[in-house]
Every structure is written in C-alpha cells, then in structure tokens.
Ligand binder design. Sequence first.
Ligand SMILES: [Mn+2]
Length: 337
Amino acid sequence: MSWDQPQGQARPDVTLRSRVRSDHDVGYARRRVVRQAEAFGFADRATDLAIVATELASNLVRHAGGGELLVCATPNLDALTVLSVDNGVGIVDIDAAVTDHFSTAALSAGLGLGAVARLSDRWAITSTPGVGTVVGAHFARGQLNGFPETFGISAARADGPDCGDGWLFDRQRSALIVVDGLGHGARAAAATTAALALFRRSDVSDLEQLMFAMHAELRSTVGASILLGHIRTGTCTFVSVGNCSARLIDSQRSRELPSWPGTVGQRLSRTTVTPVNIDGATMLVAHTDGISGRWRPHDLEGCHPFVPMLVAATLYRDFRRPTDDTTVVATSLVGVS
Ligand SMILES: [Mn+2]
C-alpha cells in the first residue's frame, strides 16, 4: 500500500511519501524515488538513489515491521534526501554509529546500511529501542558542506492530492516562511503557493510590511496561517498569524514564539514583529498545526547533536496529526547564536 502525491511534483517543498510494509512495496517505493530524482534534475544520481531506497525500504520490511520512505528536496533543489522512518523495535547496539553523525564508515554492513554510507554524500541515523529509527541520506547536486542547515518535511494528509501546507527557507537571506492554507485540498494549496511566490520576490527586512503584503495578495484565496522569520547573528525576528508555531530550543529548554490571531487574506488586525535573542538556542523549529504542540526537547534526545533532518523526521513521525496537512521545518542556529 502506498499513497500518492500531487501529479508532477512541481513543488520542491512537498515531500514524496511511500508506505512500506512488504517486499512488494520496496520495488514500488524505489521506482517512485527514481521518478522523483529525474523530475528534480538528479538523473545522474538516480542509480545511487535507487540502491539506497531499496536498502532502506528493505530494512523497514525486515527489521521494523514496516514504515515510510520519504523523499525531501531542499527549496532550491541543490540536494535530495531519502529518509526512512519507522516505529519498530529500534537498533540496540548503535552507540558506535551515533557517536559521529557525520561518519560515513561507522556502521557495519550487518545493519544493511553499507550502501547508504557508501553512495550518499552525507547520512545520519537515530534509533531508540522501543520507539523506532530514522535514517536519512543526502544526495547533493554539487559539493555538500555538512548537513543542510535547514530541513523540512511537508505532506498532505493521508491520500490527499494537494498539500495545503508549505514552507521555504531562503539561505541567502536567512529567511523562513511556513504556511498553512485554510482547510485542505486544492483551494488551500492555491493560497499557500501564492504566499510562497510572494515571499520569493519580496524584501524580508520588514516582516510586518511583508505580512500585510501577504494579506493583500491572499485576499482572493481562502486565506492562510503564516509564520515569517528572519535570522541574524544573535537575533531572530518573527511574526506569526494563526496556528503556525515556532520555538527556539536547546537540549533542555524550549521557548515558544508569540503568534497573533487571524487568517492572512481574510482577517488581519494587528501584527507586531517580535525580535528574539537567540541566547544559546541551537535550533529553530517551526511547524503548522499538523504537528501537535505537545512535544518537548526531551522527545528529541536521540537527535543530539541536533541534526535538522533527524529533528524534523522525529517530530513528523511521533507528533503529526493524520487528519491534517503537516509541515515541520528545523533550522540549525549553530554559528549564529
Ligand atoms: Mn493545519
């Protein structure tokens, strides 16, 4: 059993998901990964991606009792990531492997991850006995220096053809947008794509002004909940309208950033941009209400040191609400805090 994503996959922010339960699903998931690689201009890595997808999917069937295989792209399509997430028994003896997330040779072939290490540019794993495992492998178009500093997962609710959520992180400008189009389906997706397009072509130095520009732009749509963030050295500025939430976290603490009531494009009264001192926080995590707000830094224990991919995948796996579209974005603040 697998489910499908929007035809054509025109939006790089939307995650391709395949449910993997049996050997039959492994081949199907592999073919979809290859199609996605070709659609996004990674045809030269398609063979590597196919082998890694097969290995990860086979592990889901063999060791985890099933799970999901995800394909995520960076917003400017310079890297593709294949992720497996499961709620299986977990890998008990993983200490040697997780002491260095950046290692490419730490895992023995016994875990069946040899090809993942060999063929990908970077990879990472976290596994908690009794909770499950996340394995992710990045494939870069050019040189990949470390893990992508920002990683997002965005998926339509089960079986939905359109994703009404969306996100974008502009690395040049260090600016983030997370959008939750009102409701679900095509109309929500239209509001979200309009917001993302405006963000791409707008100045981000005045987020309050940008939010009001979003309001004008989305007037002919169903409207959306929107979070805008701008990261600078030592400081983030934020403005959020509706149910998108953002937090600054470190291994122990979590600071929720304020949000204003309303629906951008429909009802927007006042919004004030909040400057927040990063103050030692190591990661910014933003998500729509498709992720429950009940998580704590403690729930991300297995992701230390915080790797954005592992944090986003763990929150997606353990806190998503299956009745809603889901978006979660994690950005490392190491180097700017
Ligand atoms: Mn929602």
